[in-house]
Design a protein around this ligand. Structure first.
Ligand SMILES: NC(=O)c1ccc[n+]([C@@H]2O[C@H](COP(=O)([O-])OP(=O)(O)OC[C@H]3O[C@@H](n4cnc5c(N)ncnc54)[C@H](OP(=O)(O)O)[C@@H]3O)[C@@H](O)[C@H]2O)c1
Length: 171
């Protein structure tokens, strides 16, 4: 299973100003890019706080929402709430035939995947914005070595950076 963290970021490295910040600050090209990438994978994994800023599942994709709240149930067929840990979610998705999963934040859920060494790639779109303060890509101490795979300009003001995660060689 290929795991890609796909995030929109400001030039000063923020993914939101605060936890319930509605994600409406990126240019239309970014929204199109996000939609294409997540539809191609067919599944998007996110934290309950991120889901709550959206309010409903992203259409045309399976939405897996991580929560510890067992009382949350979904009226949508393409939305699943789960308290399963990242590795078990990925194994389940693999058993359904998915080969790529997009992890779409927020910082806490990104950190859960990073802590278990499950991220293969980070795709970050840099928007022409500065927030000064706010939420970063990760919310805990994370150490990761990266290799730049691709740099692409999108529209007039966006840059898409693709990094591969370099895993330490065992032994
Ligand atoms: N710029 C971007 O591309 C982008 C992308 C995504 C999100 N965001 C922004 O990021 C912000 C939210 O990020 P965040 O870090 O605050 O929250 P988050 O990662 O979206 O969600 C955190 C939630 O995950 C659940 N959780 C925590 N540990 C868990 C575990 N071990 N197992 C299962 N569920 C667990 C908890 O929900 P319960 O309390 O329900 O248990 C926790 O409140 C929002 O402002 C959003 O707009 C930006």
């Amino acid at each position: 299973m290929d795991v890609t963290v796909l995030m929109a970021m400001t030039l000063d490295g923020k993914i939101a100003q605060h936890a319930d910040h509605f994600p409406d600050w990126t240019p239309p090209e970014d929204k199109r890019f996000f939609s294409e990438r997540t539809r191609r994978a067919g599944v998007v994994i996110m934290g309950s706080r991120t889901f709550d800023t959206l309010g409903k599942p992203l259409p045309g994709r399976l939405n897996v929402v991580m929560t510890r709240d067992a009382s949350r149930t979904s009226p949508w067929t393409n939305l699943l709430f789960t308290s399963d840990p990242p590795r078990r979610i990925l194994a389940w998705l693999e058993s359904l035939g998915y080969t790529e999963a997009i992890v779409a934040g927020g910082a806490l859920v990104n950190s859960l995947f990073a802590a278990e060494g499950l991220i293969d790639r980070l795709v970050v779109t840099i928007s022409p914005k500065i927030f000064g303060t706010g939420i970063s890509l990760f919310s805990s101490e994370i150490s990761m070595d990266l290799e730049l795979e691709d740099v692409r300009r999108l529209g007039r003001d966006l840059v898409v950076l693709t990094y591969k995660v370099v895993r330490p060689v065992p032994g």
